[in-house]
Design a protein around this ligand. Structure first.
Ligand SMILES: [Mg+2]
Length: 295
């Protein structure tokens, strides 16, 4: 395995935020220090062969060689992430420096492994435990309503007392609309949606909040962060509070494209990773044409 041992802390390659802002010629875009990408549908398209094109791996290796930290920001949990990542790792020739999993937990790559950020993950877990205790009875009622309606698989898992997988997008929207209305009684709760799937979460722990926490720890401001995503669960990171350079591939849902456009980001005409690469060019991220192989 030729993958370098990367990590999110103790990096001597970071200047202070003030120094970073002063760097470069006047008027030049702020240098990118963090690339935060959704995975499924954004970098990874299982129906394509290969699911992630070699150009992506070349580009992200080149950016990492320049000191950029790559965060995969996904709804998958660790087991699900490993099931999709492990077969790709050799081709990739690199690995994300950090993972944000289940749209809320933070992991850092150290010693060739992803290790949890205990302090953040513990606060995240405690906030969810308290919230889910409060809404347990209500979630059972919502699940009963959804099962009676039909058109979706309804279940609970360790991450949410109510998970919805709609048979169709219309089913998912109808059930989510109902739950969303009920959530007015629980101001700390949000419904996180990704395609026909949805789950409950605490509003303080999202892809965007976790990305902001990583950036803060690295002393990186939002002007030095690039974020790319394709679905509703990406909206919290496709936000100028988290990242000033925003991208959506052509396959992104309308709400994501509108949010990215509205905030001056780049909506590509190309799907998946090729769309993200086009956005990187358009938004002057650099690393283009780099052919340097990973050491
Ligand atoms: Mg996605």
């Amino acid at each position: 395995m030729s993958e370098p041992d990367t990590n999110l802390t103790g990096s001597e390659s970071y200047a202070s935020p003030a120094a970073v802002r002063q760097g470069g010629p006047p008027g030049a875009p702020a240098p990118i220090r963090i690339v935060s990408t959704d995975f499924d549908g954004t970098l990874y398209a299982p129906d394509e062969n290969p699911p992630t094109p070699p150009e992506w791996w070349r580009r992200i290796r080149a950016l990492q060689a320049q000191g950029v930290k790559w965060i995969v920001n996904t709804g998958r949990d660790m087991a699900s992430w490993r099931s999709v990542w492990d077969p790709l790792a050799e081709t990739a020739g690199t690995a994300p420096d950090g993972l944000i999993l289940v749209e809320r937990e933070i992991y850092e790559r150290r010693g060739g492994e992803w290790r949890p950020w205990e302090e953040w993950n513990r606060r995240c877990r405690e906030a969810h435990e308290a919230l889910f205790r409060d809404l347990a009875a209500a979630a059972r009622e919502w699940a009963a309503w959804a099962r009676a309606r039909g058109g979706a698989v309804i279940y609970e898992d360790p991450y949410s007392p109510l998970c919805i997988v709609g048979d169709t997008m219309e089913d998912a929207e109808a059930i989510c609309g109902y739950v969303q209305a009920q959530l007015r009684r629980f101001p700390e709760a949000i419904l996180v949606r990704n395609d026909v799937y949805a789950r409950l979460a605490h509003r303080d722990f999202t892809k965007g909040a976790a990305l902001r926490a990583v950036a803060e720890r690295l002393g990186v401001g939002p002007e030095n962060v690039f974020a790319a995503g394709d679905h509703l669960n990406d909206l919290s990171m496709l936000n100028l509070r988290a990242a000033r350079r925003l991208a959506a591939p052509a396959n992104a849902v309308v709400e994501v494209k509108e949010a990215v456009r509205r905030q001056g980001g780049w909506v590509s005409r190309l799907p998946h990773a090729r769309g993200v690469l086009e956005a990187m060019d358009a938004l002057s991220l650099g690393g283009r044409g780099a052919t340097r192989e990973n050491p």
